[in-house]
Design a protein around this ligand. Sequence first.
Ligand code: SAH
Ligand code: SF4
Length: 409
Amino acid sequence: MTPLQTVVMAPPVGVAARDPRPGLSALDRAALERWLVDHGQPPFRARQVHDALWGGTATRPSDVTTLPRSLAAALDAGFRWSTMAEDTIVLAEGGQTEKALHRLSDGATIESVLMHYPARQGRRARHTLCISSQAGCAVGCPFCATGELGFTRDLETAEILDQIRSAVARLGQHEGAERLTNIVFMGMGEPLLNLDRVLESVSVLNDPARLGLGARHITVSTSGVVPGIRRLTALGPQFTLAISLHAARDALRDVLVPLNRRWPVAEVVAAAREHAKKTGRRISYEVTMIGGVNDTDADADAIATLLRGDLAHVNLIPMNPVAHTPWTASPMPVIEAFAARLAGVGIPVTIRRNRGQEIGAACGQLAAEHAGQPAAPAVARRRQRLEAESARALRGQRSDEPVPAGVEG
Ligand code: SAH
Ligand code: SF4
């Protein structure tokens, strides 16, 4: 196991109330030009500000040497250069995975994970960033550390973007000044429950004057918010859509993804199928493989029946261990047999190695560690409840638990 290394990027600032200044990175070109003109500046400075936000090493407006001092002071008074108050970086796997814990101005914490994949077999090196869309999550999937934390709040557009700027700045310091190649919304939170901000941030990422990353290089993962999927279908292709499926049987999916009690799996897949038909883009279905829970032949066959003939791809991901669950990952031979059963009926399937397991890189685990572990009796009670619920689900009985609060869409 590689020793972990912690690097504190900026001194703690210790603020509790949210900083009222808007984040500068979310301001579009036209709005920034208007603000500049109102402050007696030529509009071309918008380009200088954007260049400095998305390239270079400036950590405050006064670091940008092309800007007059008075303008730097006015920008500082009006906006936050970054909405990240403090970044703590944890390296693992010999530096191939970097997890960033970001503290926001009100003390809420979120995470992002940067994964480096070296060039191989004629493919260029890739640098993929996994980002958060909310602080915490209301959906409450029991195998997910973020779900255990509960919901704190939606992220602002700039808070989504500044996770990316932090990674871009770190990549710029690598030998050969590397560029970010892919972004996945698979960190904390349910992106389709903060869809306006997610869409705003994606349009900034697409902008050639800022990150200039094409829609094909961005993936948004949802636990199945059907109205959000339909809204995306009406908009046309914005990014690759990933659906966290985990189970094709309602009784089991009710337990694994509590949102299923509101939008059952058939409705989710119907909406995703429509999305694929209208956009011509393949849907990616994610299945977190949990030993003895959702990894049986019957589960593989249920997924095969559900997705057969669809423009779809299935990713099987061994579950990352999470303290408050009684569950662990399915053994690799079981995952391989599951994959073979899907492939046997013509469904494209890949097994994804769980990157960064060493630092708990799946979905909110570092933030959970930071928040402190729940007390032992609470963990034991929760494990017992999950065991009972999943046993009932495996017998085919649906859950009578209510839909989680805060997920009506
Ligand atoms: N809320 C969205 C996006 C964030 S979760 C969603 O659920 O799709 C991103 C992915 O991480 C999801 O597919 C989720 O199922 C997976 N995940 C969460 N906890 C995990 C764990 N302990 N092990 C493996 N994958 C996990
Ligand atoms: Fe929320 Fe996704 Fe975690 Fe479920 S898996 S609790 S939807 S972040």
